[in-house]
Design a protein around this ligand. Structure first.
Ligand code: E4P
Length: 322
């Protein structure tokens, strides 16, 4: 009998959510996504130490002493390695400290793309991840005009989703699991049944809205805590899934039914909203979960990026430049 994973692949494009190159090689997804926390984990893993050393050696030659360049170099090095195992695209995230800086985000995204292109990786194989702040969406809109495709991350509210679609971005990553985490903590419960899962409901609403109103922006459900959440979103354009959950899906024999479809979109897509900066800020601020989670998400990615910088400093001190 077919596995849940093989069956799911008939409805949605399955993406691997990891910085673990061996896991990417094993699961052979179409695309892969990374973030600073995932790359911190991989950079600390002895299996990938040679990649960290190679990335740092490169940066020491091209931009000695430049920490931002070292971080970008490391992210791109892992991205290039991941691309050896996927036919599609890798997502590489812009420094979270630029989350409220449109020109700064544009500059860093252009530099990441430039680094990829210098190594023969075309921009069609990279998605630049930016936080779904107002400033991040403006940066993405400009980057898309330059042919740099964006994956809008840390997406928790409907306002963020509408702004991204209006901004013409390639793809959004609504964070199912972190929405679920917030509601579980707020309700003081260990679990929320799948039929009442606010993360799943959020992605379902966004998908229906996008499809009903003909937006080209694709929806990639992300940040999953359990396979039920993934299966409840079968039919979503893309789903990015961590290796442990890919494993569970692969080991469970079951035919998965499509849950998100154009039929649902026409029934549940709702009326079209007009979106400008004031509306965005008001609507997003009205959603306590989304304001908490966006702020916390930026802080967490920044904290992990700083840990990664600490690791780079200690490695450079241990192996002085020749
Ligand atoms: C992927 O793009 C996201 O960064 C990832 O799914 C976040 O997952 P987490 O909430 O488990 O950290």
């Amino acid at each position: 009998m077919t596995s849940q994973l093989d069956s799911l692949r008939k409805h949605s494009l399955v993406v691997a959510d990891t910085g673990d190159i061996e896991a990417v090689a094993r699961w052979k997804p179409q695309d892969a996504t990374t973030n600073p926390s995932l790359l911190l984990t991989s950079a600390q893993d002895p299996r990938f130490r040679h990649l960290v050393d190679a990335a740092l050696a490169e940066v020491r030659r091209s931009a000695p002493g430049d920490m931002a360049a070292a971080m970008d170099g490391l992210f791109v090095h892992f991205g290039r390695e991941i691309l050896k195992h996927v036919a599609g695209r890798v997502s590489t995230e812009v420094d979270a400290r630029l989350s409220f800086d449109t020109p700064g985000s544009i500059g860093r995204a252009q530099r990441l793309i430039d680094l990829y292109e210098r190594h023969g990786v075309g921009r069609d194989r990279v998605l630049i991840k930016l936080a779904s702040t107002w400033e991040g969406v403006r940066a993405a809109t400009q980057l898309e005009r330059e042919g740099i495709h964006c994956n809008m991350t840390l997406l928790f509210s409907f306002a963020q989703a509408v702004a991204c679609a209006e901004g013409g971005v390639t793809l959004i990553s609504p964070f199912v699991g972190r929405i679920y985490d917030w509601h579980r903590a707020a309700r003081k419960v260990d679990d929320i049944p799948i039929d009442d899962d606010p993360g799943v409901q959020s992605v379902t609403r966004i998908y229906a809205y996008y499809k009903k109103h003909g937006y080209k922006t694709q929806v990639m459900g992300a940040s999953f805590r359990k396979t039920e959440q993934i299966l409840a979103l079968a039919g979503c354009d893309l789903l990015t899934i961590a290796p442990d959950l890919l494993e569970k899906l692969a080991k469970t024999p079951e035919t998965v039914e499509r849950r998100l479809s154009m039929d649902l979109a026409y029934k549940a897509g709702g009326e079209k909203l007009a979106m400008d900066e004031k509306t965005f800020r008001w609507m997003h601020n009205e959603d306590q979960m989304a304001t908490d989670k966006l702020a916390e998400g930026i802080r967490r990615f920044d904290a992990d990026a700083r840990k990664l910088e600490g690791l780079i400093i200690s490695l450079c001190a241990a192996v002085p430049a020749k």
